[in-house]
Design a protein around this ligand. Structure first.
Ligand code: CAA
Length: 260
């Protein structure tokens, strides 16, 4: 399927989605949201696809935020009645059960930083810059930034970033725990696709369960989270891939996965 504001392609079991409004530094408007919802739904529904990578077109930006020109036209009643930004949480952050990676190739500001943080993890180019500069527009994060950034980097750094609007470079973001790994700019996409291919080569139901377990750490207390983990582990032991994975280890061969 082709889209107005994003590009999609599949490479074996990996779906690559590219935000494609380079003239607006890939700013996230309503059409981008609709396109991303459809592309992620297509990825989820396609059994041949087991991991996705989201990146930005051009050399400069992953996404420089929600589209300021679109938001400037709206009043408070519009934002409230549309429950503006709600679908980013329900239809992107929470709807995708398969693993996906944000490959941040430049500016990830405001909604761009928030979208990257919706991914299961972030790989960053050494030129990436992260920030929540909404305060400079007289507003504040609206797509989860105040919560996800705080959980990722702690209160002090999140508060400083939100209150000053300053940008954080890739190395600082890695040290702070926002980013899994920083790679040279020219190697970002290759590295992200390679990492995604590694994940796609894993038993896919186990990958989904691992994702669900780690995400539970953000929503439960420790005792509940550990109980949840144990139950999911026990459920996975009923899978064909558990029998195959353990037999393959004992027989010193590669596992052949069924994804169930
Ligand atoms: N929305 C709409 N258009 C944007 C945009 C955005 N968030 N960010 C950049 N653009 C547009 C610019 O208006 C410009 O378009 P024109 O050529 O038509 O004027 C084009 O992209 C290139 O941008 P610049 O000329 O500004 O590029 P630069 O290299 O000088 O600066 C930048 C780059 C520092 C990222 C600067 O563009 C910038 O500060 N952008 C806004 C960042 C921002 O405030 N993001 C938060 C948005 S609010 C939000 O996201 C709310 C939320 O929580 C979800």
């Amino acid at each position: 399927m082709s889209y107005e504001t994003i590009l999609t392609e599949t490479r074996d079991a990996v779906t690559l989605i590219t935000l494609n409004r380079p003239q607006a530094l890939n700013a996230l408007n309503g059409q981008v949201l609709e396109d991303l919802i459809s592309a992620f739904a297509e990825f989820e529904a396609d059994d041949s696809q087991r991991c996705a990578v989201l990146t930005g077109s051009g050399d400069k930006a992953f996404a420089a935020g929600a589209d300021i020109k679109e938001m400037a036209e709206k009043d408070a009643a519009d934002f409230y009645l549309e429950d503006f930004f709600a679908r980013w949480t329900s239809h992107v952050a929470e709807a995708v059960r398969k693993p996906w990676i944000a490959a941040v190739n430049g500016f990830a500001l405001g909604g761009g930083c928030e979208l990257a943080m919706m991914a299961d993890f972030i790989l960053a180019s050494d030129q990436a810059k992260f920030g929540q500069p909404e305060i400079k527009l007289g507003v504040a994060p609206g797509m989860g930034g105040s919560q996800r950034l705080t959980r990722a980097v702690g209160k002090s750094k999140a508060m400083e970033m939100c209150l000053t609007g300053r940008m954080m470079g890739a190395d600082e973001a890695e040290r702070a725990g926002l980013v899994a790994r920083v790679v040279p700019h020219d190697e970002l996409l290759t590295e992200a696709m390679k990492t995604a291919a590694t994940i796609a080569g894993m038993p896919s139901m186990a990958a989904m369960v691992n994702k669900e377990m780690v995400n539970a750490a953000f929503e439960t207390d420790l005792a509940q989270g550990i109980r949840h983990e144990r139950r999911l582990f026990q459920i996975l032991t009923a899978s064909e891939d558990k029998a195959e994975g353990m037999a393959a280890f004992i027989e010193k061969r590669e596992g052949k996965w069924k994804g169930r």
